[in-house]
Design a protein around this ligand. Structure first.
Ligand SMILES: Cc1cn([C@H]2C[C@H](O)[C@@H](COP(=O)(O)OP(=O)(O)OP(=O)(O)O)O2)c(=O)[nH]c1=O
Length: 203
């Protein structure tokens, strides 16, 4: 019988969070950080942004991935408040502005996932949306959170998997989608490439 899980996953990401999340699936994978350009036209919707950037990231590592029997996985996460897209903060003032806008309100986190099968070039792209409601915060709390350094490289300037958990009142949807890699979505996409997370093909 075929060894369905001999196919390698190549994670096109420099994000330590995505590496940790992917390792939860217990499948063999390699990491090649993507240097894809992340600029997008202003008229793109949030879904178009994360889907296109996820694919761009996956495509950017294609040459470096070589001719192997592998599936490349790219991913992109943004935070959206009132139709305004919040990416990673450029500095602490940017973090302060983002957190002041997010506190006490509900926003949406979009993550796009793209897979490219290296053997036949087959591509699939999908995304998930999670609603996140933050508790109210005052300026002193916001400054103290920024001083921890945690917001620096996170979309929306917070990390739900870290101290940012204490700022989140509740979420609706996939938790892993907020951290940067929706695992239920990815598991389903990988099965389309013959990679079975639960090893369902095993005898
Ligand atoms: C909202 C939120 C975002 N994030 C992170 C996930 C992503 O790493 C980051 C969004 O930036 P991305 O541009 O999606 O990813 P990245 O540049 O960190 O990594 P790469 O492009 O190489 O894959 O924000 C959290 O870790 N926790 C959270 O709660």
């Amino acid at each position: 019988m075929d060894d369905y899980n001999s196919r390698l996953i190549i994670l096109a990401s420099g994000s330590p969070r995505r590496r940790e999340l992917l390792s939860l699936l217990g499948l063999p994978f390699e990491v090649i950080a993507s240097d894809a350009d992340e600029s997008t036209p202003p008229e793109w919707t949030p879904a178009e942004i994360v889907r296109n950037l996820a694919l761009r990231k996956a495509e950017a590592v294609r040459a470096a991935a070589g001719e192997r029997d592998a599936v490349i996985v790219g991913s992109d996460t943004i935070v959206v408040l009132d139709d305004k897209v919040l990416g990673k903060p450029v500095d602490e003032l940017d973090s302060k502005t983002m957190l002041a806008a997010l506190q006490g309100r509900t926003h949406k986190v979009y993550t796009g996932v793209a897979c490219i099968g290296l053997q036949d070039g087959r591509t699939s792209v999908d995304h998930r949306v999670t609603s996140v409601t933050m508790r109210a915060m005052n300026d002193v709390e916001i400054a103290a959170y920024i001083a921890t350094g945690e917001p620096a490289d996170k979309a929306g300037s917070y990390a739900i998997q870290g101290l940012g958990a204490t700022l989140v009142d509740h979420i609706e949807g996939c938790y892993f989608n907020v951290v940067g890699l929706p695992l239920s979505l990815l598991g389903g996409m990988l099965s389309g490439y013959g990679i079975s997370v639960l090893n369902l093909q095993a005898e």
